[in-house]
Ligand binder design. Structure first.
Ligand SMILES: [Zn+2]
Length: 487
């Protein structure tokens, strides 16, 4: 047993807010102090939080191989990603979009990511069979959708369901994105998945997005819904036809609907890459640009990639940066807005310590704002916001909030029996330096995080998927057991 003495502990789940405590660990678990420590370390001057959780990142599987480059630190081969995450005090990541048919490849890549615990969200959106099932209004289809979704979860070993840009944001006589979202919120609840429907809403990046997202929040009518990378929907136009932030409206909608959660999808400056199964967005944004790759993936829809760079001097990029900050500063409950950059879409997750510094230190924030495009800054509310996050709120945003949302009862806290690891940081004035260099990040054996196995009618699903996939139905079975056997 390892005993760490005199830590200043921030553990919202257990109501601990900066008390000085000793924490004991054995085999990756938090254990009670039995006075039989093999090693004792005095950690005076250090704070402790549970291992952090990235609820929305893209680290494995298609379409990342189109971007990976051993010389590109943003998207290096997967082996170093684990070191990078643990090097910031992160112990868990959720790979936010995996196509079912590519699950084995994604899981093999994840297996090569050292030490980090990983779960996957399997996507639906433009899969033709899925669209057909959503639009069939019959007794039979009421049975078909949950059977199909259970099968997708099973053949991908996934943790939850991600809905990407349903119907391309369109509505017609046969289909509408409103109906698709509505049915999928219900289906996710009926399947008793711990994580609410994880929604990549239509109209990403457009000026109409914020109104549409607010309508969706209203239509959810109290049912749980997670909005992915909300920053990318936080824009509107002013009277001069300029794109400005709509973060205030979105934050108000989140604040008054406790059933809604989100991750921010913050933009940071430097190298990034668009990685998405939202083909409509990809075609509009990237088609003529260098490095753009778009492809269809059998019966699961398609995806595209585009290398990019965000610049502080670019008006739109600066507006995006400010919109993310504004959202995080205006959403009152930090446990309902998880810290993400939608890696690599908004930039690298290595920017988290910088973003934490911006949230915790108003004077640092003011200095950083001076580097931005002045027109973007002139329209932003960020300079007038005085809020500074506390350590406790950072722990809610990066630990207890995402753990609760994902149903990880053992993670995101430091109670006896917790298995989500422990991060210790030497307390410093410069929060970026502090959160970039943990004095310790300790955790147990690597885990693949899956939803509990859901039963489905094999014969029924086999008939349903007949002629759709190029891989034999029997060969798609049992990814869940195979994946667990890798560990
Ligand atoms: Zn994403």
């Amino acid at each position: 047993m390892l005993k760490l003495k005199n830590l200043k502990v921030y553990d919202p789940v257990n109501g601990v807010n900066g008390e000085i405590k000793d924490i004991c660990m054995e085999d990756g678990l938090i254990v009670s102090d039995n006075d039989k420590a093999d090693e004792i370390r005095d950690m005076s001057g250090h704070i402790a939080m549970a291992g952090a959780i990235d609820i929305h990142t893209h680290i494995a599987g298609e379409p990342l191989p189109f971007l990976r480059d051993a010389d590109n630190p943003l998207l290096a081969p997967s082996q170093i990603l684990g070191e990078q995450y643990l090097g910031l005090g992160y112990t868990v990541a959720v790979n936010a979009a995996m196509c079912a048919l590519n699950a084995r490849e994604a899981i093999l890549e994840e297996n090569a990511i050292k030490d980090l615990d990983i779960g996957n969200l399997v996507w639906v959106g433009e899969n033709p069979l899925f669209t057909k099932l959503i639009n069939e209004e019959s007794k039979e289809s009421n049975k078909s959708l949950p059977e199909y979704l259970s099968w997708l979860l099973s053949i991908s070993g996934a943790l939850g369901l991600k809905l990407i840009n349903p119907c391309g944001g369109q509505s017609s006589a046969e289909s509408s994105y409103h109906k698709t979202i509505d049915k999928m919120i219900d289906a996710t609840m009926d399947l008793r998945l711990a994580h609410p429907l994880h929604l990549h809403h239509p109209f990403l990046g457009s000026n109409i997005a914020s109104d549409a997202v607010c309508e969706t929040i209203k239509a959810a009518a109290g049912r749980p819904l997670h909005l992915a990378h909300l920053q990318f929907y936080g824009y509107t136009k002013n009277s001069n036809d300029e794109t400005i932030s709509a973060a205030e409206k979105l934050a108000d909608a989140i604040n008054s609907n406790p059933n809604i959660t989100c991750d921010v999808g913050a933009v940071t400056f430097g190298e990034a890459a668009a990685v998405t199964a939202d083909l409509e967005f990809g075609e509009k944004f990237g088609k003529s640009k260098k490095g753009f790759v778009s492809t269809l993936w059998e019966a699961d829809g398609g995806f595209c990639v585009l290398p990019m760079k965000y610049s502080a001097k670019n008006r739109m990029n600066a507006t995006q940066f400010l919109t993310g900050l504004e959202l995080m500063l205006l959403v009152k409950d930090p446990s309902r807005i998880c810290l993400t950059t939608d890696f690599p879409n908004g930039g690298s997750f290595l920017a988290y310590p910088y973003l934490i510094h911006l949230l915790m230190d108003k004077s640092f924030r003011d200095e950083e704002l001076k580097k931005l495009n002045s027109k973007a800054l002139a329209t932003s509310a960020v300079p007038s916001i005085k809020r500074e996050y506390s350590y406790y709120e950072i722990a809610q945003m990066t630990r207890s909030g995402p753990a609760k949302l994902l149903g990880f009862s053992g993670k995101g806290h430091l109670g006896i029996g917790a298995n989500g690891g422990l991060s210790c940081y030497k307390e410093m004035g410069n929060k970026e330096d502090m959160f970039r260099n943990p004095a310790a990040c300790l955790k147990g054996k690597k885990e693949l995080l899956s939803a509990p196995k859901i039963e489905y009618n094999i014969d029924f699903v086999k008939k349903l998927t007949e002629g759709v996939y190029s891989v034999a139905f029997e060969d798609l079975e049992d990814v869940h057991s195979w994946a667990q056997s890798l560990h």
